[in-house]
Design a protein around this ligand. Structure first.
Ligand code: F1P
Length: 346
C-alpha cells in the first residue's frame, strides 16, 4: 500500500515529489478556499484532510458530500480549488459535482486510485493514490493511501506557502516515513482484534467516538462496521455525545473510543468515564504505553505512538480489522457486502 508513499518521499533530503501539486503550486498558494467533494469512505478522508489543510496551509476548507453538492447550486468562485477524492474515480455524484464546479471556474484537483478513471480525466491536475486494486467492495487500503497522499499534499503546500515551519515539515515527513513499519506492527495484533470482535459480534448497535483528527476515524470505523457486518453503528465527535447519543448508552452498547494520545487526551478520558458511569462497554484504541485508559476500558487495542496528523492512518486499521472479524464471525462474505457496489455509477 505504501510503495507509492516511499517513492514520493525522500526523508533524507526533505523532499516530497508530486508532479500534479508542483504544477499547480501557485494556484494552491493563492487559493482563497478549497472545497473537497467525495462520497462514503473518501468523504471521511476529505474530513481528515480538512484538518490537515487548515492547520498546515491556513486555507479555509469545506467538505461536501458530492451527492448534495451537485444538486444545490453551491457558491463557487473562479480560483477556488475543488478537490475530488474517489477510490474508483467513477462515482457518478463526484463526477457530476466536479463538472459543475469546472463550469463555474474552479480548479479541479483529483485524488483517485484508478489510473485513467473518469474523475482523473475530468480534473485539471491531481495525484494518484496507487494503492493497488481494492479486492473487497468496502474501501480500506484506498482510505489509508488517501490519507497519506492528502497529508503529503498539505505538507508540501504549507511548506511552499510559508505557513509551516521547516522543523514541523521535517517532523511530519519523518512520521510518514515510519508509517509502513507501524502498520506492520498493528497487523500483527490480528488475533487479539479477532478475539475482541468475537466478544462483540452479537451487538445490535455500536457507537464510535473520537476527537480532532480521530473524529473522522470514528466515522470511518462506524461505516466499515455497517458495510460489512450489517450492525447499526454511529460515529460522533466525542464532545457531541452529551448532545444526544448519550441517551443510547446502557450495558448492551459497545462504545469504541479512538483514544490515542494527542492534545485531546484528557478530554477523551473524561468521555470514557461518562460512558462507564452509564455501564456502556468501552473498547479503546490507545497509544502503546498508555496507563490511564486501560483500567477504565473493557478492551484495549494499542497502536504505536505517532504525530496526531499521521495517527488516523494507523488508528483506522484496528477498526477495519474489527469490522472484518465481526463480519466473519457473523458468517458474512466481507468482500461482497449485500446491496453495495464497488463504484456507484448511477
Ligand atoms: C465511494 C464509496 C466507497 C464505499 C463503496 C461505495 O467510492 O462510497 O467509499 O466503500 O464502495 O462507494 P469512491 O468514490 O471512493 O470510489
Amino acid at each position: 500500500i505504501f510503495d507509492s508513499l516511499r517513492g514520493r518521499l525522500d526523508e533524507q533530503r526533505g523532499i516530497i515529489t508530486m508532479r500534479g501539486v508542483e504544477e499547480y503550486m501557485q494556484k494552491f498558494i493563492e487559493a482563497q478556499r478549497i472545497i473537497m467533494v467525495a462520497c462514503g469512505t473518501s468523504w471521511h478522508a476529505a474530513l481528515t484532510a480538512e484538518y490537515m489543510f487548515e492547520e498546515l496551509c491556513r486555507i479555509p476548507v469545506e467538505v461536501e458530500y458530492a451527492s448534495e453538492f451537485r444538486y444545490r447550486n453551491p457558491v463557487i468562485h473562479p480560483g477556488n480549488i475543488v478537490m475530488a477524492i474517489s477510490q474508483s474515480g467513477e462515482t457518478a455524484d463526484t463526477l457530476v459535482a466536479i463538472e459543475e464546479a469546472r463550469k463555474a471556474g474552479a480548479i479541479i484537483f483529483g485524488i483517485c486510485n484508478v489510473v485513467g478513471s473518469s474523475i482523473a480525466r475530468a480534473s485539471h491536475a491531481g495525484a494518484y493514490t496507487h494503492a493497488g486494486p481494492e479486492i473487497g467492495v468496502a474501501s480500506t487500503k484506498a482510505f489509508t493511501a488517501q490519507l497519506a497522499v492528502l497529508c503529503m499534499i498539505a505538507l508540501k503546500v504549507g511548506y511552499e506557502k510559508g505557513t509551516l515551519s521547516r522543523e514541523r515539515f521535517l517532523h511530519v515527513l519523518h512520521e510518514l516515513a515510519l508509517v509502513p513499519e507501524k502498520v506492520k506492527e498493528i497487523l500483527q495484533q490480528h488475533e487479539h482484534i479477532k478475539a475482541i470482535a468475537e466478544k462483540y459480534a452479537s451487538a445490535r448497535d455500536f457507537l464510535y467516538l473520537g476527537r480532532g483528527y480521530n473524529f473522522p476515524v470514528a466515522l470511518e470505523g462506524a461505516l466499515k462496521l455497517k458495510e460489512i457486518s450489517y450492525i447499526h453503528a454511529e460515529g460522533y465527535p466525542a464532545a457531541e455525545m452529551k448532545h444526544g447519543p448519550i441517551a443510547l448508552v446502557d450495558e448492551h452498547l459497545p462504545v469504541l473510543f479512538v483514544a490515542t494520545r494527542d492534545r485531546f487526551h484528557e478530554k477523551i478520558v473524561s468521555n470514557i468515564q461518562e460512558i462507564k458511569a452509564r455501564r456502556g462497554k468501552v473498547i479503546a484504541v490507545i497509544t502503546e504505553g498508555d496507563e490511564v485508559v486501560p483500567p477504565m476500558a473493557d478492551d484495549v487495542i494499542a497502536v504505536p505512538a505517532a504525530d496526531e496528523m499521521v495517527a488516523p492512518i494507523l488508528n483506522v486499521i484496528p477498526l477495519q480489522l474489527l469490522a472484518y472479524y465481526i463480519g466473519v464471525a457473523r458468517g458474512y462474505d466481507v468482500d461482497k457486502p449485500r446491496n453495495l457496489a464497488k463504484s456507484v455509477t448511477v
